[in-house]
Design a protein around this ligand. Structure first.
Ligand SMILES: *Cc1c(COP(=O)(O)O)cnc(C)c1O
Length: 463
């Protein structure tokens, strides 16, 4: 299988190349040239299968021989070894036709572990093929960096630099990054905000001196390797509680639209499912695009569901490309207009295509807090603010039509301030968070200055 770019001006790549590049050379995002298909019998038999087994079959369709035969095996072994639940992604029933899909049983207690844990062994396998090394750079507001550090610590051919804004990630998230003892990981606490971190990463991703020494890439969800690892849980959940005549509908708490797009990929593979709902917080650029037909950039505001504080969701481009029936020309022109003017209007055709895939709703801060309270009172469950955004949106849907599955993307203990604010008591910590409480931390505080950061990162490259 080959991968193409949503901008249509890049050579086709195999899985290994798409994984190591992240962004395509023409600035587009990679997608499979044709969606692998699974038939109705396969989906019927998928219900209740061991998660690792199902995941391996899905991965192999996308890797399509571009890595050695044991690469996918090593990847799924990570799930069985590092997750704290036998089912990996258990489904919990809250009410008739209302389910919560728990994605937080991994080492950093957020759903990003699912893809990231597998991406590390897959990257090592891809680098081994060509005997290369890779420098990964990532800016994080918390969850991505933590999941990346835990996944890539000790990777053989990869070094990882994580930039977080000093003092602006939660103590739990910081410790998940800084308590690693691996020499291939560098934690930089930047004197600045998240945008500064992003700007620095962007500058260094194209830095020629770094690129002369190794491959340089990032681990955010523009990378197809992230999304592919999120497809299997949609299949596992949909086949467990839905069927072709009772189509399950997913409600996905959304920031960069990576997780939601993985669900749409599962649908493209043939998975029977109804229209998905993307639930956003007050950062509602996506909801305005889907509902009003105008995609407009505004400044992100801070909310309780911080990992969704995104105003230009990177994977919106994949949705637009698919909704344009893969017209790369039209897609390129749409995103060039957006980049130039901060605004792009969706044509009637495009809008109809987008609405065919996804509905979008915004849940504000007050409703998020009320939902955390409701989940505690009605179900005895302490949920995180991201999960609350999804659950609030899920409870607005008519559940007579069939099962509704809200994605629970993080454990409440990662966001103790907002959860205690809503409930009046702090969430209980799971063992993977308690375990790092007293470990020593390692981090380098650094100015938001490209020269200083480049020097620190170059040293990591030599380690
Ligand atoms: C990253 C994240 C999200 C948003 O996922 P996207 O793929 O960016 O849409 C939602 N919830 C949690 C807890 C996250 O860490």
């Amino acid at each position: 299988m080959k991968y193409l770019s949503t901008r249509g001006n890049a050579p086709e790549a195999d899985f290994a190349e798409a994984l190591l590049r992240g962004l395509a050379p023409d600035g587009g995002l990679y997608l499979p040239k044709a969606w692998p298909q699974l038939d109705a019998n396969w989906f019927r038999a998928a219900a209740g299968r061991p998660y690792a087994e199902l995941t391996r079959e899905v991965l192999d369709l996308y890797i399509a021989g571009s890595l050695g035969p044991d690469a996918s095996q090593k990847a799924v072994q990570r799930l069985t070894h590092t997750f704290h639940h036998e089912a990996v992604t258990p489904l919990v029933q809250l009410e008739p036709n209302l389910w919560l899909l728990e994605l937080f049983h991994g080492p950093t207690a957020a759903f990003k572990d699912l893809a990231m844990q597998m991406m590390a062994p897959l990257s090592d396998a891809a680098l081994e093929k060509t005997d290369e090394r890779l420098l990964l750079l990532t800016a994080t507001s918390g969850d991505t960096g933590a999941a990346a550090v835990r996944a890539f610590a000790g990777a053989e051919r990869v070094s990882l630099a994580v930039l977080h804004p000093e003092g602006r990630v939660s103590p739990v998230q910081r410790r998940q990054m800084t308590t690693t003892v691996a020499d291939n990981v560098l934690n930089l606490a930047v004197r600045g905000d998240f945008d500064d971190c992003q700007r620095l990463v962007k500058a260094l991703l194209s830095d020629e001196t770094l690129r002369a020494k190794s491959r340089v890439s990032s681990v955010n969800s523009i990378n197809w390797g992230r999304l592919v690892g999120q497809i299997p849980y949609y299949i596992a959940a949909a086949t467990a509680v839905g069927s072709p005549d009772r189509l399950p509908r997913f409600v996905v708490p959304t920031g960069n639209f990576g997780d939601a797009f993985a669900g749409l990929a599962a649908k493209r593979m043939g998975l029977p499912m109804g229209v998905m709902t993307a639930a956003v917080n007050s950062n509602d650029a996506l909801a305005r695009a889907v509902n009003d037909g105008v995609y407009r950039r505004t400044r992100a505001v801070h909310t309780a569901s911080v990992s969704m504080d995104v105003q230009a969701p990177s994977n919106f481009e994949r949705l637009v490309f698919e909704s344009f029936d893969r017209d790369a020309e039209a897609n390129r022109s749409f995103f060039e207009t957006f980049a130039d003017s901060g605004e792009a209007t969706l044509s009637d055709n495009l809008l109809a295509g987008v609405r065919n895939e996804v509905a979008a709703v915004s849940v504000d801060e007050e409703e998020t807090a009320r939902e955390i309270q409701h989940a505690w009172k009605a179900y005895g469950r302490v949920i995180c603010p991201h999960t609350a955004v999804a659950l609030a949106a899920a409870r607005r849907l008519d559940r007579h039509e069939g099962p509704v599955i809200a994605l629970s993307t993080a454990h409440a203990a990662k966001f103790p301030e907002s959860v205690s604010g809503a409930l009046g008591f702090p969430p209980e910590e799971p063992s993977q968070i308690r375990a790092i409480e007293d470990r020593p931390e390692r981090l380098t505080v650094i100015d938001a200055d490209v020269t200083a950061v480049r020097a620190a990162v170059a040293e990591l490259q030599n380690y």
